[in-house]
Structures are given as C-alpha cells and as structure tokens.
Write a protein that binds this ligand. Sequence first.
Ligand SMILES: Cc1cc2nc3c(=O)[nH]c(=O)nc-3n(C[C@H](O)[C@H](O)[C@H](O)COP(=O)(O)O)c2cc1C
Length: 393
Amino acid sequence: MNRRNFIRLAGGGTIAAASASTLVACGVVGSHYPAEAVEAWNGPVGETDVRRRAVAYAITAPNPHNLQPWLVDLRESDVITLRTDPERVLPHTDPLGRQILIGHGAFLELLVMALAQQGVASEVSMWPQGELPTALQEWDDRAVARITLKPGGQPDPSFAQVLRRHTPKSDFDTTRAVTPEVLTQLVSGAGAHAPLSTGGTVNADQLPALRTLCWESAKVELLTPRTMMESIHLTRVGPGEILQHRDGISLNSPFVRAVSALGMFDRSAPPAEGSAAYKSAMGRFEGHSRTAMGFVWITGPNTRSDQVRTGRLYVRQQLQATALGVGLHPMSQAVQEFAEMAPHFERVHQLVLGRPAPRSASDPTVQMFCRIGYPQGEVPATPRRPLARFVMA
Ligand SMILES: Cc1cc2nc3c(=O)[nH]c(=O)nc-3n(C[C@H](O)[C@H](O)[C@H](O)COP(=O)(O)O)c2cc1C
C-alpha cells in the first residue's frame, strides 16, 4: 500500500487521502464552525433592550464542556434573575456542581460588565432563596443571583476584550516562553476577589511535575468509562451536529469528520484502545500537557459563593490574558471530585498549595488550574446557542 495516499486509522482502517482532499476542495470539509453557530461573537446585533443586550454578552462566558448552563428570568422589570438549567450539569466529571457554578460566576461578571457598559449599575444579591445543596440530585430551581438594575455603572476597559476572548484548546508554541513579567500581569492584573488567591509559575523546575499531573489526570478521565462517555455524549462532529446543538465539544477537523462519516467513530461506547478516536483524544490531551509553558491557578475556600466568585475572577483573568495576547486554558481533570481522580486531586493540592486535599468547604481548595502559553494560530470562537434559549419569558 502506498502510505502517502492513505490516512492510516489507529483502529486498523485506512481512508484514501485523495478522498479527504477532494472533500476539502469541494468545500465539504473545512475546520471553521458554521457562521450561525458562532453568531454570538458578533455581539447583540439589532437588540435594543438593555437587559437582553447584557445577556447577549454574558452567554459568551467560559463554562465547563461548553454546556452553557444558564437561564435568566426577565419577567420582573429592572431585575435579572439567574438560575441553573437543570438539564445542563455534569454528574460524572463535576459531581458536586462546582465547575457549573464557576461557569455561573463567569456569566455574572460579564453580565454586570455589559450592564455597566450601558450606564447601568448592578446590585447583586447572591442566593436569595439560599444556596444550592451539595448533592447535584437535590438541586432545584432556586436562583443563583438576583441582579437589580440601578442608574449608574462605570464602563470597564476590560470590556473591550469580551468578544475577543476565546479559550485556546490547542498545543502552545514551545519556542515561546511566557516571561515572569507576563505571568505577574496575568496573576495580579485581574484584580482581587477576597477570600480567593491567585498564583502561578513559569519556573522550569516546577513545570515537569505539573505537566505530568495534567497528563496523568487526563488519562484517568479518558479511561474511566462513565466520565469518558459524558464527554462523548456532548461531542458534536461536523457542521450539521454543531449547528443543531451549538454547545458541547465541537470537533470539525477534516480528519475527525472523515472518520465519523465512515462510521468509524462509535459514540455508543468508550473508544477502544488503539482506535482512531482513542488516539485522537489521547493525542489532544498529551499535546496540551506537554506544551504547557506555565500554569496559573485560583485557590480559596469552597462554599457555593466562593465557587461563583471563582468564576467572576477567572473570566477577568481570561480577559486579561486576551489583552496580553497569551493563552489561558483550564486543565480541570486533576481538580475533579470523582473517586477515581482522588490521587491526582490530592497531588494538585500538594503541588499548588503544599497541603493535603480539602476535607471541608473552609479548607483551601484549588478551584481553577490552567496552563498558559502562546497559541500557534488564531484561536477560534466556540459555538453558543441562540439568545432566546437562555431567556425565561
Ligand atoms: C470551570 C471550568 C472548567 C473548564 N475546564 C476545561 C478543561 O478541563 N479543558 C478544556 O479544554 N476546557 C475547559 N474549560 C474551558 C471550556 O471548555 C470553554 O470555556 C468552553 O468550551 C467555551 O469556550 P470559550 O471559552 O472559548 O468560549 C473550562 C471552563 C470552565 C469555566
């Protein structure tokens, strides 16, 4: 077999490279997401209502697995009530809903910024009906926050970065180091959110252990059937699925689409060891871990309010990263709270905080753990669902 004419699939199959390039030439295959799926990144085009305009910016917030777990109630005038969408949680990789609430914090921060940009101040009341319970199964529709609109509101210079912010889910350029000065601007430039702390490292002595932690913890998520299946169920392959869902993990590379089109990407079971899908998932995480040029973290206590606060701080860090032109990418596997991850959960606390994993909500907890570096190309915008899907009218 002429190896140059075939793309070898790890599961043992091959596809003709000629047919893949024909697909590309016909415009059938390209890695850009369909324009409609990423229209949120144009901002609130044609929207005149102040609250809906603010929500249009807030839905671009970073959030785990791009589930977009937010619902806003606009039925009371001059008030925005933020709730969690009960369908949009991650019981296997985020069994305590901690990451989902970080996503709510990011949404809340952008919402408040977008209101301020329009000359509106926000009075934020957290958990007006009390905090959500610890167990995800007991979550109900109580509000995460009630935002009352008031006259005032000072535009924030970071707002200019909101529609430019994208999470770089790709290998970083290993020929470009992140300097200690950039690290300092990243860690301290996002402002303070007591009682949370921020930290990070670009120290060559510390990086190998942290990269190894990323890779070892990623393997646990990928090789634990129920956590892997959680991601597979949220994987959207190709323009059709991406447009249909506009959420989850969007894969649009010609290779993955060709594998899927040939029926070689079975989504009913975890990918078999050695298969194309297995190698593709493993390769992605291995590359992300290996090319981490530094790390940044957010730590602090772990009440429900601290989780939301973490999200507010995290999105500010990402806006700061966008302004600095550096990539900031969460590597959340080691901080996930499912049983199989426990050794890595312990290790991330030892490496970052020099202390054991938390035993209670008041113990110091690693809330966000991210790699940093310079992306090798333009970072694409990730899909968002239409604005109307988030609004309870
Ligand atoms: C709490 C939290 C955890 C996240 N963990 C990961 C992660 O482990 N791996 C990853 O690739 N992205 C992670 N992300 C980033 C999301 O995947 C990303 O925000 C989402 O896909 C939307 O993309 P965008 O940020 O470019 O708009 C995380 C984001 C948040 C808020």
